[in-house]
Design a protein around this ligand. Structure first.
Ligand SMILES: CC(C)(COP(=O)(O)OP(=O)(O)OC[C@H]1O[C@@H](n2cnc3c(N)ncnc32)[C@H](O)[C@@H]1OP(=O)(O)O)[C@@H](O)C(=O)NCCC(=O)NCCS
Length: 157
């Protein structure tokens, strides 16, 4: 566990959009702390990166790079659902939020959520939603979310 002093000053941890070069900065290894994620080849990464980039503001992945080590220490994504309901309204869906285990408790998760919710608001979503485990409920409440309904799932694999 790295102490917060061994990272850069907190204000240096800025949120930015994912870049192609982030694969070599530990982006995939960070995702592996969240869920099953096999290794991704450079070609696979580039293909998926370009596919998502072509969606522009409708699918944004953000990251925080540790200015000291150059490693990606936090990430999250938001994609925009376009509806007929609510006067052809838009809903932001937040996914894949994770902070490196050595950098938790430094408000990086809150920064990631702030970036993603600001994005959803700025492009006109009337709400932003996400699924989380019960153990992360308080974190999301501190980010301004409230619990509503339940999640249902059907896995195909
Ligand atoms: C959940 C996670 C993203 C939080 O990131 P983080 O950078 O450690 O959180 P922050 O430092 O921004 O915390 C913000 C606030 O939430 C609180 N908090 C964070 N995680 C919490 C938890 N699990 N339970 C209760 N409070 C929590 C912090 O104490 C802080 O409170 P404060 O504002 O009163 O000081 C991180 O722990 C993580 O990556 N966990 C593993 C992956 C995961 O579960 N991702 C979520 C998928 S839905």
């Amino acid at each position: 566990m790295q102490s917060s002093e061994s990272f850069g000053e907190e204000q240096e941890f800025r949120v930015r959009k994912l870049e192609l070069s982030d694969k070599s900065k530990g982006f995939i290894e960070l995702l592996q702390q969240l869920s099953l994620c096999d290794s991704v080849s450079d070609k696979e990464f580039e293909d998926r990166f370009r596919e998502l980039s072509s969606l522009g503001d409708d699918h944004v992945i953000c990251v925080i790079e540790d200015p000291g080590s150059g490693k990606i220490v936090a990430t999250g994504s938001v994609f925009i659902e376009k509806k007929f309901l609510r006067n052809c309204g838009k809903v932001g869906h937040i996914e894949d939020v994770v902070v490196d285990s050595s950098a938790r408790g430094m408000n990086l998760g809150k920064k990631v959520i702030g970036f993603l919710t600001d994005h959803a608001r700025a492009i006109g979503c009337y709400k932003v939603i996400l699924d989380c485990s019960l153990e992360n409920r308080i974190f999301y409440e501190k980010c301004g979310f409230k619990q509503k309904e339940i999640q249902m799932v059907m896995y195909f694999i």
